[in-house]
Design a protein around this ligand. Structure first.
Ligand SMILES: Cc1cc2nc3c(=O)[nH]c(=O)nc-3n(C[C@H](O)[C@H](O)[C@H](O)COP(=O)(O)OP(=O)(O)OC[C@H]3O[C@@H](n4cnc5c(N)ncnc54)[C@H](O)[C@@H]3O)c2cc1C
Ligand code: FES
Length: 523
């Protein structure tokens, strides 16, 4: 078994297969710095790099390697199109906010291009067109409303097209978004890691943070009791580890699946995503999303087609093989030029209730900043986080600050309805305390598998490794005590409440939990 946090699941993503991750030594002493950035995904690395460019002393910490979190499991479409669409954002937040969303994502793509060029990072950055298309039976009227909303948001070059290039996808209409982009997420992070060190920044990997205390000086503590004292701290751990509930009640974790298939002929690169909606009836159960997102990428053997979708709420489905098979069928029906599957994996996105990320000062704090709620746009949001949080720290005006303020309240009825629905779903997970286990006893657990067992009033997370050794932990999530569930694809324990995830041996992979599943004798 690898070191904890090496990657966020058993499956190796395309990015992990084709690039190495930046690593350094763990922190082994107390430190004083200007800014401590916690989490070395796209948000933390970009923030640390931009701070180092401002001549700030910056320390970047991660409990795994750089890029070992969700940035290593992305599909890295760099797009101006947000998951809720501009018509949706307008409805929830108004026209001015919609304009700022378009402006900030456009600026983020430009920033990534500039950073890659300035630092000569070979990260396969490529400008490509993006196509938002209707699935069978999709509403042309709704798509045209989206077109009008993109124009009002300032994306005037978006246009309607009636065909998609180089696919067999039949659609009644699509929107073409020119000058979108794609890149290799881990090659980019590796280059930025080096640039941070060249600028005098310090990076410590393999270092877990267990406490962040706000004040005139922020006190940050590691799991081995080293302290970092900083004028400011940025919590860029994807799901904030410093917040118990405020932000976690305003966003919901969703698992998403990806497959890559070898491309058998030369195809011009483009991005695609559809507008498939989830049936209302299904939303009441595990709230899956039916949409797909598609791009090309290149390894040493040529191109692959990367297709994502089949989302469901984290920890609330364990049928990944069916989901991956469905994704494969969907792809082969529409892209006749694909061959064998080269990679498959899953990851997690955090959906904010009002459609835009939470980036800025942590609610109630003076010098602690957070970046979260990135939905499926986290590469651009991670870059926006760096640009915005650095401005807040150095005291520069930034027109996006109010839009992304983590303390904002949105009283629009659709937002309130989603808030109530997601939190009722969390409360419903407490029924796991009274249900039976997945298996009657540990004898039934096959090698390489895990299951929840019941022992009197206790729930136990039991995993049998490939050699037959059984490991047992308390199944109670250390965050707010929901019961975790087994994910047979990634071989992780996933919390269905706020998305904490643990590896098969109970070691924490994703916040908000900061500690591992407890051994049975300690629980
Ligand atoms: C399948 C999938 C497809 C996606 N597709 C796209 C896409 O096409 N376009 C797009 O823009 N976005 C996409 N996203 C979203 C995007 O990839 C993520 O939102 C983004 O990468 C998150 O970056 P981050 O920096 O917030 O978090 P991460 O990359 O997860 O980084 C957080 C880091 O914090 C570290 N950490 C956590 N807790 C601690 C602790 N206690 N102490 C120290 N370190 C800690 C972790 O080890 C991790 O390295 C996709 C996501 C998935 C899962
Ligand atoms: S993540 Fe909140 S209870 Fe598990």
């Amino acid at each position: 078994m690898e070191a904890p946090g090496e990657r966020a699941g058993e499956n190796v993503s395309f990015w992990e297969r084709t690039a190495k991750k930046f690593q350094s030594a763990p922190l082994g002493e107390d430190l004083i710095t200007d800014v401590c950035v916690i989490g070395a995904g796209i948000a933390g690395v970009t923030t640390a790099y931009l701070l180092a460019r401002e001549n700030r002393n910056v320390v970047l910490i991660d409990d795994g390697p750089v890029g070992g979190g969700m940035t290593g499991r992305t599909t890295a479409h760099l797009v101006t199109v947000v998951d809720d669409g501009y018509a949706g954002i307008e409805k929830m937040l108004g026209e001015e906010c919609s304009r700022l969303v378009a402006q900030s994502h456009t600026a983020a793509i430009d920033k990534i291009e500039d950073i890659a060029m300035e630092n000569k990072i070979e990260c396969d950055f490529e400008r490509v067109d993006g196509y938002l298309f209707l699935p069978p039976g999709g509403s042309v009227t709704e798509l045209m409303k989206e077109l009008d909303a993109t124009h009002r948001a300032g994306l005037n070059n978006v246009e309607r097209v009636n065909e998609l290039p180089k696919t067999k996808i039949k659609t009644d209409a699509a929107l073409r978004f020119p000058r979108q982009a794609q890149f290799h997420a881990l090659k980019y992070l590796d280059g930025l890691g080096r640039a941070i060190v060249d600028l005098g920044g310090k990076i410590f990997t393999g270092t877990r943070i267990v406490s962040v205390k706000d004040g005139d000086r922020v006190e940050i503590e590691t799991s081995v009791c080293n302290t970092i004292t900083a004028q400011a701290a940025v919590v860029a751990t994807n799901s904030p580890i410093n917040d118990r509930l405020v932000i976690h009640s305003k966003q919901a974790p969703y698992a998403s699946y990806v497959i890559c298939l070898r491309v058998k002929e030369k195809i011009e690169h483009a991005l695609f995503w559809d507008t498939a909606e989830t049936a209302e009836e299904e939303k009441k159960t595990i709230a899956p999303a039916a949409y797909h997102y598609i791009r090309f990428a290149r390894d040493e053997h040529g191109d692959v087609l990367m297709v994502g979708g089949e989302d469901h709420k984290t920890g609330q489905a364990d049928d990944c093989e069916q989901r991956l098979a469905k994704l494969e069928r969907w792809t082969r029906d529409r892209f006749p030029f694909v061959g064998e599957i080269t990679d498959r994996w899953s990851g997690q996105v955090l959906e904010p209730v009002d459609g835009v990320a939470y980036i800025g000062r942590n609610p109630g704090d003076k010098n602690v900043y957070v970046a979260t709620g990135f939905s499926g746009n986290g590469i651009t949001y991670g870059t926006i986080s760096g640009m915005l949080i650095v401005d807040l720290i150095v005291g520069r005006e930034n027109g996006w600050a109010k839009l992304y303020d983590p303390a904002r309240k949105t009283l629009q009825p659709r937002v309130l309805a989603d808030y109530v629905r997601e939190n009722a779903n969390v409360a419903a997970q407490l029924r796991d305390y009274v249900t039976s286990g997945d298996e009657p006893s540990a004898d039934k657990i096959k090698n390489g598998e895990g299951a929840i067992l019941r022992n009197g009033v206790r729930k136990i997370a039991a995993y049998r490794d490939e050699s037959g050794t059984l490991y047992e932990f308390s199944a109670v999530c250390p965050h707010l005590k929901c019961i975790v569930r087994w994910d047979s694809c990634e071989k992780t324990w996933d919390c269905p409440c706020h998305g904490s995830r643990f590896d098969a041996l109970g070691r924490v992979l994703n916040g908000p939990a900061i500690s591992d599943l407890q051994p049975l004798d300690a629980a």
